[in-house]
Design a protein around this ligand. Structure first.
Ligand SMILES: [Ca+2]
Ligand SMILES: [Ca+2]
Length: 220
């Protein structure tokens, strides 16, 4: 069917708005909340994960760590649904620079569902003083300016590598997204585009890990 440009643009805008602002809808109208995948990596189960690797951080087995990499979680045989909820415990390690442009950044992290970008943001663990601040875009998408570690639920963790002997160099974020989705298969991609051109060992300078991921299907 041919759609004239204004109408197709309207359709696109409606789709965009419905995907990205679903969180504003009433969650209490959702039913059939079924947990279809849960992994805190304590069982070392990586069977549905491509590019999965494990390490121990702060006495906890976690997925990672990653620098300029992608992880793919593949789920099949999902029950009938029209919405999925993805909950993630994300660990942001060491010297992320947020929105900084140049040799040090921006330091981006993203999530895609079935190749559709749901999150594309930056994180910062760096300094923020009255005169100089390396802002981050989270909890919004890239382009916004929030103080480093905004939205983190724990900022007192040690760094992983470059700052492994210092506290306050890993930030833990609990991220939850509701997204319209139907079909029995789902691919979730998590990845980063970290920039640290002056670092000898990039993954030691900046990296991320996943402490937990939960996926649920729901109907509205
Ligand atoms: Ca850095
Ligand atoms: Ca950087």
């Amino acid at each position: 069917m041919y759609l004239n440009p204004p109408f197709s643009r309207l359709l696109f805008n409606l789709l965009f708005v419905s995907i990205f602002f679903f969180g504003a809808c009433q969650e209490d109208s959702l039913v059939n909340d079924i947990l279809v995948y849960e992994n805190d990596f304590s069982g070392q189960d990586l069977t549905q994960i491509e590019n999965g690797k494990l390490h121990v951080f702060n006495e906890d087995t976690v997925l990672g760590n990653y620098n300029n990499e992608e992880v793919l979680l593949q789920l099949e045989g999902l029950p009938r649904h029209n919405i999925v909820r993805v909950n993630i415990d994300l660990l942001v390690h060491d010297s992320w620079d947020g929105n900084l442009k140049g040799l040090g950044g921006p330091d981006k992290w993203y999530m895609k569902l079935d190749n559709m970008e749901i999150i594309n943001t930056t994180f910062s663990n760096s300094i923020c003083s009255y005169s100089y601040c390396l802002y981050q875009s989270y909890p919004d998408n890239y382009g916004r300016h929030y103080d480093p570690k905004t939205g983190a639920i724990n900022i007192n963790l040690p760094g992983l590598c470059q700052y492994n002997s210092e506290s306050n160099w890993t930030s833990l974020y609990k991220i939850s997204k509701l997204v319209y989705h139907h079909g029995s298969n789902l691919e979730i991609i998590l990845g980063d585009q970290l920039i640290q051109e002056n670092a000898e060992n990039p993954i030691c300078d900046e990296s991320w890990s996943l402490a937990k991921i939960e996926v649920s299907t729901l109907t509205q």
